[in-house]
Design a protein around this ligand. Sequence first.
Ligand SMILES: Nc1ncnc2c1ncn2[C@@H]1O[C@H](COP(=O)(O)OP(=O)(O)OP(=O)(O)O)[C@@H](O)[C@H]1O
Ligand SMILES: [Mg+2]
Length: 319
Amino acid sequence: MAEHLLEVKDLKQYFPVRSSFFKKTNLKAVDGVSFHIDEGETLGLVGESGCGKTTVGRTIVRLYKPTSGSIKYKGTEIDDNNIRSFRKEMQIVFQDPYSSLNPRMTVADIVGEPLDIHKLYSSKNEREEKIANLLSLVGLNADHSRRYAHEFSGGQRQRIGIARALAVNPKFIVCDEPVSALDVSIQAQIINTFEELQDKLGLTYLFIAHDLLVVQHISRRIAVMYLGRIVEIAPSVELIENPLHPYTQSLISAIPVPDPDTAKKKHRIVLEGDVPSPLDVPSGCAFRTRCRYATERCAKEIPELTKRSEGHMSACFNK
Ligand SMILES: Nc1ncnc2c1ncn2[C@@H]1O[C@H](COP(=O)(O)OP(=O)(O)OP(=O)(O)O)[C@@H](O)[C@H]1O
Ligand SMILES: [Mg+2]
């Protein structure tokens, strides 16, 4: 079998926090996550706010050091000693193009900074040429380069953020909700740009969103997270048409349907209660407190992610 581009095994990311004045505790933001991504594919990662999506993305590119678990890139385990050689291969595009770009820097400064850091040019002309190429790659003009980030709209700013990520010629990009802060009308354009760049440059994406609608189009497979764990993972169409985990079923039932007749027939599953605090995760299956199929067993044992059909895994005792 061909090697996966990225292979994550039992990844845990615990943040030490103060739960009260006297007590320190671990916030288990990511608690045993395993998945792989093949070269050239997009894996979507969805789940409600606070379930650990960003933490997974940031830990993979080593913005955070993992508490435990392994991250292999092209078969090599990434650790503190060799991370430098992977820095250029893996990049991240952030959610908020307003706060992630320094408004006092020109576009040329923002896109050129990674070129400077990694010394990727031998003359000033070459640097300018590279910046112009990067801007054109993401659909901006070369003469935008003298302007400041704050002069641009959200969508254009996100294009600047993408150009910056592409500057070091990466193979793998974590896209952390790159369109969530944008107007709906702009979201599709930016997603199209991500797809075009993927075709042109052979990129591999981990594409994070809290909205299934956003990821289903761009992703070949989708993983669903709930409170620090993956509860289901499957090819996109399979996940949408045949969701097995009760949490995935509720997410899918909440997708708005444009056709009123179909909408009437659609049964919406409304989840009771809020997501529990990650400081106080329920025993056993973390979803059981909101699950209509929960049994005694669910409070005692944690259901493992198990194979249900080819490429389709779910972590539930009852469904
Ligand atoms: N640096 C940190 N220190 C302490 N706790 C953190 C840190 N980063 C994240 N958390 C906590 O970890 C949990 C997961 O956060 P994370 O940002 O990964 O969620 P998310 O799924 O990306 O949410 P969102 O959809 O809101 O972006 C949350 O409870 C969050 O408060
Ligand atoms: Mg996030």
